[in-house]
Design a protein around this ligand. Structure first.
Ligand SMILES: *Cc1c(COP(=O)(O)O)cnc(C)c1O
Length: 453
């Protein structure tokens, strides 16, 4: 692991002089920044080092495992063993937000409900589960226990559980990734350890322990939990560490969403092209989830899709890394920002360098919002659409209004009023499906208080 630079007071003030937006970040104000170095998809895609073939490979692997899911997780039978989430319009919410922001939104507001993803109820069911499957398949193929042409429901058996029990899987997490890895890892028979940061919710730890997962708790934040988990895993040659900060497999698991979304949009008669732009608002923690999804979206829609990342004002790690060009060589703590947020999936102080460096040229922009804004919108969405999400999953909700209020960005990308009238604004709702009812009640009570204001 590389050692992280230390910044003196002087170095930080020089950095702020050269990058004035940092003063706003340090003041914990909501900011919006559109990327002046955004490239065309054609220019930027080759630099990722991964291709459409890699994503297709991931897609086919998930297809092979469909019969396993039907056998091991009966709730996936309805979707033929595929883990996918609904896409729908939220017109009542669109109206309510237009009233709140005192500005109508032309085009249509959509939501992608990853809170309904089976098994772990968050976007982590895409990348996290995929990486464990990829690893399990590799081990079983190598041992001669499995062939690519087999019916993978075979894996739901004592023979395979005994085989996988010789191996372990470890991950560091703020909660949801641990939940995904833990659920699938334990089901397949792996010895699974989850290294949880201090902000991880108690109910997530309880749920994992009930599945036989080892939960290691830390009093510090996400980066420390990951580093400790990585160090422990390195001691054991039979241990696979799911590296949330750098993993290509995680990234590919997320990227599968792009083509799947394309199919859903087509089925709903929604066109995406230059004259019918698609804006996608993605909550960002370390960056793997939104980065992987954005990669898949770019492969599917090219320049017609506009990806925008959303972060809490207390954890703006990706915006910080991309804006300064320092990527994982700077953390929000270096600026004196505390990385404490109610949006636990997004409580990350240092972004993935891999995602920042490879994906930034394809991203249109970044913004931050406060915890209170996330909670208020959690309440509003519950009231308007009877959809219940965790706070992180609301981060994308104000995105469309950030877009329509930046005239220089719109002009630079040729986003004319005619095109915006045909636009779809898709808020990626990244989680909340596993939140216990009592916790959801608390979120709603907090939301009500904030909205009374
Ligand atoms: C993890 C998570 C994200 C962000 O994903 P990263 O890969 O950490 O950027 C967003 N929303 C929720 C609910 C999450 O759990």
């Amino acid at each position: 692991m590389h050692s992280q630079p230390h910044y003196s007071k002087q170095a930080i003030s020089e950095l702020c002089l050269a990058n004035p937006l940092l003063n706003e970040l340090m003041a914990l104000n909501s900011v919006t920044w559109f990327n002046p170095e955004r490239q065309t998809t054609e220019q930027a895609l080759p630099a990722v080092g991964l291709t459409a073939d890699d994503v297709t490979d991931a897609c086919l692997r998930l297809d092979r495992f469909a019969s396993y899911f039907c056998a091991a997780f009966p709730e996936t039978i309805a979707s033929n063993g595929l883990l996918e989430s609904p896409l729908q319009a939220i017109s009542a919410m669109q109206q309510a937000l237009a009233t709140q922001f005192q500005q109508p939104l032309s085009g249509q507001l959509l939501i992608k409900l990853d809170n309904f993803l089976p098994i772990s109820g968050s976007i982590k069911a895409r990348g996290g589960i995929y990486e464990v499957l990829q690893h399990a398949e590799k081990l079983a193929l190598k041992a001669g226990l499995l062939q690519l042409s087999d019916d993978y429901s075979r894996l739901h058996s004592d023979v395979f559980r005994d085989f996988f029990s010789q191996y372990s899987i470890a991950v560091g997490s703020t909660g949801n990734l641990g939940l995904s890895i833990g659920m699938i890892g334990a089901k397949l028979g792996f010895n699974t350890s989850v290294h949880m940061s201090a902000d991880a919710r108690q109910w997530k730890k309880d749920l994992l322990r009930a599945q036989g997962v080892t939960v290691v708790e830390y009093q510090s934040d996400y980066s420390v939990a990951v580093a400790e988990g990585r160090a422990q895993a390195e001691q054991d040659p039979n241990c696979h560490f799911v590296d949330d900060e750098n993993s290509v497999q995680l990234f590919l698991g997320y990227a599968v969403a792009g083509d799947r979304l394309k199919t859903q949009l087509t089925q709903q008669g929604i066109k995406v092209d230059r004259d019918h732009p698609l804006f996608v608002y993605l909550p960002c923690g370390v960056g793997g989830g939104p980065g992987g999804v954005a990669f898949g979206l770019k492969l599917a829609f090219g320049d017609a899709v506009h990806c925008i990342f959303a972060e809490p004002t207390h954890s703006p790690c990706m915006l910080l890394g991309v804006y300064t060009g320092l990527h994982d060589n700077i953390s929000v703590q270096d600026l004196g920002i505390d990385n404490i947020t109610t949006a636990d999936g997004l409580a990350v102080g240092r972004a993935s360098g891999f995602v920042g460096r490879t994906m930034a040229p394809m991203l249109d922009g970044f913004y931050t919002l406060s915890d209170n804004d996330m909670l208020a919108m959690l309440g509003l969405l519950s009231e308007q659409e009877q959809i219940h999400l965790e706070p992180s999953a609301l981060a994308g909700m104000p995105g469309p209004w950030r877009v329509i209020n930046d005239t220089s960005y719109l002009k630079r990308l040729g986003l004319t009023p005619e095109r915006l009238a045909n636009a779809h604004h898709l808020v990626w709702a990244t989680g909340g499906g596993m939140v216990p009812e009592a916790e959801m009640k608390q979120y709603l009570a907090q939301a009500a208080k904030i909205r009374e204001g």
